[in-house]
Write a protein of this length. Sequence first.
Length: 275
Amino acid sequence: MGQDLTICNETLLEFERLIESGGCNPWEGQLRTGVDLGTANIVLAVVDEHDRPVAGATYPSTVVRDGIVVDYIGALNAVTKLKDELEARLGTTLEAGACAIPPGIIEGNVRVIGNVVEGAGFRLTNVVDEPTAAASVLGITDGAVVDVGGGTTGISILKDGKVIFTGDEPTGGTHMTLVLAGFHGWSIQEAELAKRDPAQESRVFPVVKPVVEKMASIVGRYLKDYPVDQIYVVGGACCFTQFEQTFEKCLGVPVIKPAAPLLVTPLGIAVNCTQ
Ligand SMILES: Nc1ncnc2c1ncn2[C@@H]1O[C@H](COP(=O)(O)OP(=O)(O)OP(=O)(O)O)[C@@H](O)[C@H]1O
Ligand SMILES: [Mg+2]
């Protein structure tokens, strides 16, 4: 049986509403912030002592490539700007902050990500790995979490609440955009916009489907060594409505996608921000 995601989905949709409306919720106890430095998006998530979403903000990223900060000053400026924006909205200072690292990243890069969070004025309380962050929002202890982001696809296998395997592969939403642009003779920007437009999914998905199948075949290779009963997909590039069924068909394992898959990891980083 897969985990019942009803409550998790309500929380994610609430967090999405907070980001879209630019509002904030009342909170109890100390606030904790999660900073997700992604290839496509930088997301800040603020939760209270009950792990309830309080506020959030996002900014398109150009400062990170596949989990590695390539523009330190740009990253610092973006995180500082988002922090200032949230503090103005909340009327208080955000102190405790956590960040996440993609699977398989080396020590030096971990320090750089931490430095961005500290440089923006947070007290860095935790550096969590992305799959652990996602798993805490999903409330799962077992199964595979596949995070299909902009630059990379992270695969993590959980057993009894522990991450027992992680892998990261250089394919993701950007790869889909390139295929779509090439197919139609579109610019990257045109392809990116069309890809994200739900109204165009019926003509977009058939073109990017081979990329999704390729992702599934990569995941399948890992599952040979670590069989699981469920696969949870998160990250922006799994937003397509046909994504789960394509994965499921290739892998023969139930595939579950939470609401607002883009926001699972960011919210999970905040949940893992200790005081
Ligand atoms: N509605 C949508 N349909 C399809 N793809 C989408 C949609 N919304 C966002 N994406 C894609 O999701 C990707 C961004 O996802 P996400 O924010 O999870 O990545 P990231 O965390 O920034 O990147 P990474 O984890 O690789 O560093 C982009 O490639 C974007 O085009
Ligand atoms: Mg990501």
